[in-house]
Ligand binder design. Structure first.
Ligand code: HEM
Ligand SMILES: *[C@@H]1O[C@H](CO)[C@@H](O)[C@H](O)[C@H]1NC(C)=O
Length: 346
């Protein structure tokens, strides 16, 4: 068996184990279906499951994807740090009340005002795309669809994989800060991360693969300082971090407002080095490092370190799943916002 083939097989075996144990409600006679987690969902599947479709704007706004693509590219060329920020913004949107644009709402007490949202960025990109779309096809494209597509295009701009996004998400009208504070912040245990993902229809594999988004982007030092100086009152740093890396971080993170790359090795490249870092005790968030020490997730981390192409492929699949979490699609559900920052007044 060739070197690159082995990890693929291992991952497929693991997928089978994980998806059958994570979704006991599914017909047990079709366990072979687990292998489908390695494939892009078919058009039929996606359409039937949640009423989204790939041709949703084909008539009403045929230029939607090209308009959006040009805008995303333009913004990222000016400031490439916006690319990871858009990806994270989409994760935070889908994590609370599904992918409904509720993270974009700006009123008092909205998700956007929550503690967990403090370092979110990229709102101006979404606003700019929306403004252009309102000129070209007014009242047609939802903010939730814009954010989903922008996250995909940002990933591609960074050298990550492409996946087809089905459209038709409506924008929600509710946004509550307290709910946004349930999004993991990096100090949770693996059990609560698994529960968080499973309650949104995602598996342990999706958790491990989507955490791989931390192969790009940054964290504010405020999120990790507790690991660097006086971890759990010991007066010492977290012993699970490599000592040279701790040294570097202590110098880099004197102020909470500073930023540090999540992937210390290849911060600007969308690759599987994030997983290789975990093996070297160089996971920046405690939740990153725990993925390699917990027996429920570490075999998947190991498999992904050995197989860059499997990571790319599975990332696309898992992003597809993230993008359909609790979407609003019914006639009487949600709306097409005119301005992504506010619910429509009429
Ligand atoms: C598994 C649970 C997760 C936890 C605990 C977590 C936590 C965090 C934290 C604490 C930060 C830094 C925030 C700061 O600036 O202080 C961050 C950044 C980031 N996260 Fe996650 N995250 C998780 C999952 C995800 C997922 C699923 C994605 C996307 C698919 C994602 C994409 C990102 C990106 C791209 C950044 C960098 C943002 C930037 O540079 O602006 N994360 N995450
Ligand atoms: C994990 O975290 C949750 C929520 O904080 C807590 O209730 C639970 O006891 C923790 N589990 C373990 C195994 O530490």
């Amino acid at each position: 068996m060739s070197n690159s083939f082995f990890p693929l097989v291992l991952l497929m075996v693991l997928c089978t184990i994980f998806s059958t144990s994570a979704q006991p409600q599914e017909n047990p006679s079709t366990t072979g279906d687990a292998v489908f987690t390695l494939q892009v969902p078919t058009l039929d599947e996606t359409t039937l499951d949640n009423l989204l479709s790939f041709g949703y704007y084909r008539k009403s706004c045929p230029k939607f994807e090209s308009i959006l693509h040009n805008k995303v590219k333009e913004w990222i060329q000016k400031d490439y740090t916006l690319a990871p920020s858009l990806l994270r913004l989409h994760f935070h949107d889908c994590s609370v009340r599904g992918c409904d644009g509720s993270i974009l709402l700006k009123h008092d007490g909205s998700e956007r005002t929550a503690e967990a949202s403090k370092t979110l960025r990229g709102f101006e990109v979404v606003d700019d795309i929306k403004a252009e779309l309102e000129k070209q096809c007014p009242n047609t494209v939802s903010c939730a669809d814009i954010l989903t597509a922008a996250a995909r295009d940002a990933t591609v701009e960074l050298g990550g994989p492409y996946w087809a996004v089905p459209y038709g998400r409506k924008d929600g009208k509710m946004s509550i800060a307290k709910e946004a504070d349930m999004v993991p912040m990096g100090h949770e245990n693996i059990t609560s991360l698994i529960e968080f993902f499973q309650s949104r229809g995602m598996t342990v594999l999706d958790l491990v693969v989507l955490s791989g988004a931390h192969t790009i982007g940054r964290t504010s030092c405020g999120s990790i300082q507790y690991r660097l100086y006086n971890y759990k009152g010991t007066g010492k740093p977290d012993p699970t971090i490599d000592s040279k890396y701790v040294n570097f971080l202590q110098r880099k993170c004197r102020w909470a407002s500073e930023y540090v790359d999540l992937d210390a090795t290849t911060p600007k490249t969308f690759d599987n080095v994030y997983y290789i870092n975990l093996k070297k005790k160089m996971g920046l968030l405690s939740t990153d490092q725990l993925l390699y020490s917990d027996p429920r997730t570490s075999p998947l981390v190991s498999a992904l370190t050995a197989a860059p192409s499997v990571f790319e492929h599975q990332f696309a699949v898992s992003m597809g799943k993230l993008g359909i979490v609790e979407v609003l699609t019914g006639e009487d559900e949600g709306e097409i916002r005119t301005n992504c920052n506010f619910v429509n007044a009429y």
